[in-house]
Every structure is written in structure tokens, then in C-alpha cells.
Write a protein that binds this ligand. Structure first.
Ligand code: DGJ
Length: 543
């Protein structure tokens, strides 16, 4: 995790701060406030023209954009840099960074982004065969020529990024493939895959599993334990005969394939690389297997899911982290599952709705996320009232404070709703009771925020639809009251105080309050309808 340099240039890299992992860009921590474009948007620079300004209006600092193998290498060995160069130019012009998504051999399990010369040559580039004996439009992980061809193209892309962007670092990370895994069956049943499945589990994997036995996820550990923890044997001898074992086998092969592609790219330009996952139904326990009636193959079998994370960590040392695409309702639980074994959380895809706008605060505040990125960002209305724009406007101002607090146990993030209208959390010297902002002219049905302890009795908070009461932790009196609440903004990183909030705005001195996104239905009585969404609160204790 030391700063990589090539010819003296400082390259974006990952560095630890306390328990957090941070992305370092231009020598400083960088928080990705991103949005992922629809799949086909970046395939045309003309189509993208009006979009860049909207990204700025949404207060993003990063755009996640596709570079597709089919357009990058339309003929074998002939590379087209028009799109990547155009994206970099426009991003720079609009003061945005890029995360490039390499849609190579796989995209959502399928191989639809492979160039025509790959698709047509199905003998050289073999397909997955499912249990009915038929090949499908998914390239097999066992195709050595396929991996070599993808790795060559990816390496060319990374070499080009180094040439045109190694000094400016507009591109800060690259995603390798997209949501990989076999769809329609729990594993590849081509002759090569069947032979590998009947053969021994690779010794390198067994060695890794033994070295990390105490940290393994419950699902994998359970399968291995049921067989008596053998230290060698075929996949079925080591893990039993089931769809789950099939998925472990696929995870190893996808991860090895991606690792080979990633290694070839990193040799040219060592940017942080990651792989993303199409999620299953939620696992029961951290690292536990999916429940909810689905089975591997209904989600892409072998992708980097919580229950295959240990295999991916063993197989893909050139992939820096694994990232969930979270559209499911159990947002917090999925975030937690992706912070196992030191994996930093980054969410390349999530909802762009009001719900998504709320979830940004939780991921950043509760899990020290490297960044967040709602999907289909080019169709999000870039209006100031859109909760997504309001959230990103607040988070953009808060980014330096968030980065400063990461990894130090001095920040919390939360989501409130009808099911969980109130939580208590320890922060610094206090226990905070955080609840939906209801009463006193407000009726928030949902709440979201993050709070940072900035001093022994001082807090900085951001968000919408919640309120806070404090209780002192020993030593010292438990009773705690508000000294002052100041609403404000960060301009160019400097705090500029606005209103001193008191009276109705603090529920007569009882609460530190954050109004909801503009809904403030107070019947025209007490609460002004606007707020910056950011305030500071000073507390005192009394007996
Ligand atoms: C997940 C994929 O990773 C994206 O590329 C996109 O297809 C979305 N699903 C659409 O919901």
C-alpha cells in the first residue's frame, strides 16, 4: 500500500488510515461521490455531450463509464482509443474523475461485449456448456486463449491510460469485467470444466484456506467441516456434492481468470482494480450462503459474493477489492457483508431514487466506504430539489471531514424508517439517541445521516429527517444539554456558519434536528422549510 510511482508520477493507490482503506489521488485521500452511466451511454461521445454538465449539477466528483472490448478492439490487434480519449478529455474539462468499467469477456454473466471476432470463433474461444449439453453465450473461464486475448486488450488499455493520464490521474480506478458468473446452471459443464472439477482442488487454494481458517465465512467453512476438513481431494471430496460446491469451483475459475487479466493490466499501469457482484438473496450470516429460495445459476454462479469472498481473496491477489451492486432492500446488511477480511466497501451500483440518496450517508458514515455510485446516473434529474442532488451537495461539502474521520471510530452513519424509527449509538464521550424527526412541525417517515465527533463535546452532522439527543458517558454527569447548534456550509473547505438554530428549530432546546428533503409538512406553523443539511452542535453536561 505504498505509493506506486512510474517515472516519478504519483499513481492513485489504496492506503490504510486506522481501520479504513482510502483511495489516494494526487497524494491526498479522495472520496468517490460517483454515478454509473447507463451501459450504452459512453459508447458515443456525441450522446455524452449534454450529460457531463448534468453530472456536475448533481454534485458528483466521479463518473463510472464503460469501455467495451467490442469497440476498443474491433479487429484483433487493432485498438481504437477514440472513446477513452474523449471520455478523459470531457471529464477533465468538467473537473470530474473517471472509474473505467472494462466490459471484456463478461458483462452480467453474459459475453455480449466480446468483439465479433471473438464471438464468431467459438472453437478458439469456447463457451460454457450447461447440463442439457448445449453451449450458451457465455465464454468459458477455461478458455486459455480467451483469457490471453482479454488480458492483451486490457493491458493495452492500461498502457494507454498510463501514456495519456499517468500524470493527471483523471482515471482513478478500473473495474475488471462486470458481474461475472454462470447463468442458467450452477457451473460450466464443458469437457474442460468437467475435467477440472473432477481433478484436485488446487493446492494454492487449500493453502490459503488453511492459512485463513479462523476468518472463513460460515458457508464455506460449513461445507468444508461437513467433509471433515480434508486438506486435499476433488471439489466434491473437499466440500461435498451440491450447487454450492459448484459455485465455489466457478468462483475459483472466474477469480483466476480475472486475476490474470488484472495482472496484465497492472504490469502496464498499477491503478486500483476491483470486481463487482450481482447479488443473490441475502446470506443468513456474514459469509453465509444465500437463502430465499434462489440457487447458484439464478444469480451468476461464481461471482464475488459474500459466500465466495474467501475464494476470491485466495485466487485474485491483483484484484484490490470486491464490490457489491446493491439494489436489494437489505442495504445495510449487504454493506456489512462486504467489509469482511479487510475488504473496503465501494458500491459501484445502487439505486438512484430517494432511497438511494439516503443510503449514501449510511455507506459513507457507517462503513468508511471508498465511495458510492448510483446506477443510471444520466437519467437522474439534475435539479436542485432531487434528493440525490441534495445529498451529493451535502456530501461534497462534507467530504474532507468524512475523509479525516475515516478509520478512527469517530463517525457514525444511519438509516431510519418505520421499522427502525430510533437507534442509540455511542460516539465519542456520548450515547446518541437518533430518531425520526417527528413532532415540532415535522413528520419525517425516513431519516438518513452521518455524525462526526469533532471534539470532546462537539459534533458535526449531515443528513435529512432525523433528530438527536445526547447522554453523557462516564466519567462525568449523564445529563446533557445543547449549548448551541449552528447551521452552515463548507465553502472551499472552510466552515461558514449560517443561522444559529434554537427555539422551534431545536424542539425548544431538546433536539439537534435535521429536516427531511423539503417535505416539511408543518401546517404552516413553526419550521422554516429550508436547511443546508449540515450543522454543528456543542453539548454540555449537568447534574
Ligand atoms: C447491473 C449491471 O451491472 C449493470 O450494468 C446494469 O445492467 C444494471 N444491472 C441494470 O439494472
Amino acid at each position: 500500500m505504498t505509493s506506486p510511482t512510474l517515472d516519478g508520477a504519483s499513481i492513485p493507490y489504496l492506503r490504510k488510515q486506522g481501520s479504513a482503506t482510502q483511495l489516494i489521488v494526487d497524494g491526498k485521500p479522495f472520496l468517490i461521490l460517483g454515478g454509473e452511466l447507463h451501459n450504452s451511454s459512453a459508447s458515443s461521445l456525441a450522446y455524452m455531450q449534454p450529460i457531463w454538465k448534468r453530472m456536475q449539477a448533481l454534485h458528483l466528483n466521479t463518473v463510472l463509464a464503460v469501455i467495451a472490448w467490442e469497440q476498443f478492439e474491433p479487429e484483433e490487434g487493432v485498438f481504437d482509443f477514440t472513446l477513452i480519449d474523449g471520455l478523459i478529455d470531457e471529464a477533465r474539462w468538467h473537473d470530474l474523475r473517471l472509474v473505467i468499467l472494462w466490459f471484456g469477456t463478461w458483462k452480467n454473466g453474459m459475453s455480449s461485449y466480446a468483439p465479433g471476432w471473438v464471438k464468431r470463433d467459438y472453437r478458439r474461444f469456447p463457451r460454457v456448456i450447461t447440463s442439457d449439453g448445449a453451449p450458451i453465450e457465455i465464454l468459458s473461464t477455461l478458455g486459455a486463449e480467451t483469457q490471453a486475448a482479454d488480458a492483451r486488450a486490457f493491458a493495452r488499455l492500461m498502457a494507454h491510460l498510463w501514456e495519456v493520464d499517468g500524470q493527471q490521474n483523471t482515471v482513478v480506478m478500473v473495474q475488471v469485467q462486470n458481474e461475472v458468473g454462470v447463468l442458467g446452471d450452477s457451473r460450466d459443464r464443458s469437457p474442460g470444466a468437467n475435467a477440472a472439477f473432477a481433478g484436485p482442488v488446487p493446492a494454492a487454494l487449500v493453502a490459503q484456506l488453511l492459512a485463513h481458517k479462523a476468518e472463513l465465512g460460515a458457508g464455506l467453512l460449513g461445507l468444508w467441516e461437513a467433509q471433515g476438513f480434508p486438506e486435499k481431494g476433488s471439489w466434491e471430496e473437499m466440500f461435498g456434492s451440491s450447487d454450492q460446491t459448484d459455485e465455489l469451483f466457478m468462483a475459483w475459475h472466474y477469480a483466476r481468470y480475472l486475476d490474470g487479466v488484472a495482472a496484465a493490466g497492472k504490469a502496464e499501469y498499477p491503478l486500483p482494480l476491483f470486481a463487482n457482484a450481482w447479488l443473490s438473496s441475502l446470506g443468513d450470516a456474514p459469509g453465509g450462503w444465500a437463502s430465499g429460495g434462489q440457487k447458484p445459476g439464478e444469480w451468476p454462479s461464481g461471482g464475488p459474493l459474500p459466500h465466495t469472498l474467501d475464494i476470491w481473496l485466495a485466487a485474485a491477489p491483483h484484484i484490490d477489492f470486491l464490490a457489491p451492486d446493491i439494489y436489494q432492500p437489505q442495504f445495510a446488511a449487504w454493506c456489512r457483508q462486504y467489509t469482511r477480511r479487510g475488504n473496503p466497501l465501494f458500491i459501484p451500483e445502487m439505486r438512484r431514487t430517494e432511497e438511494g440518496a439516503r443510503q449514501l450517508f449510511y455507506a459513507l458514515g457507517a462503513h468508511d466506504a471508498l465511495g458510492v455510485s448510483p446506477f443510471g446516473i444520466d437519467s437522474a434529474p439534475a435539479t436542485p430539489e432531487n434528493p440525490l442532488a441534495r445529498s451529493f451537495a451535502v456530501l461534497a461539502q462534507m467530504a474532507p471531514s468524512i475523509l479525516e474521520a475515516q478509520g478512527k471510530d469517530s463517525m457514525i452513519g444511519f438509516l431510519l424508517d418505520g421499522e427502525t424509527p430510533l437507534i442509540t449509538q455511542k460516539l465519542g464521550n456520548y450515547e446518541l439517541e437518533i430518531s425520526l424527526d417527528q413532532g415540532f412541525g415535522q413528520n419525517a417517515q425516513k431519516g438518513n445521516g452521518l455524525i462526526i465527533a469533532t471534539g470532546p463535546d462537539e459534533f458535526l452532522g449531515a443528513g435529512f429527517g432525523f433528530r438527536v439527543r445526547f447522554r453523557g458517558l462516564p466519567p462525568g454527569p449523564a445529563l446533557a444539554g445543547i449549548v448551541a447548534v449552528d447551521e452552515g456550509e463548507f465553502r472551499e473547505g472552510e466552515w461558514v456558519a449560517g443561522r444559529r438554530l434554537n427555539g422551534d428549530e431545536t424542539g425548544r432546546g431538546h433536539y439537534w434536528r435535521f429536516y427531511d428533503y423539503g417535505s416539511n409538512a408543518d401546517g404552516g406553523r413553526s419550521i422554516p422549510h429550508s436547511s443546508t443539511g449540515i450543522s454543528r452542535c456543542a453539548i454540555y453536561r449537568y447534574v
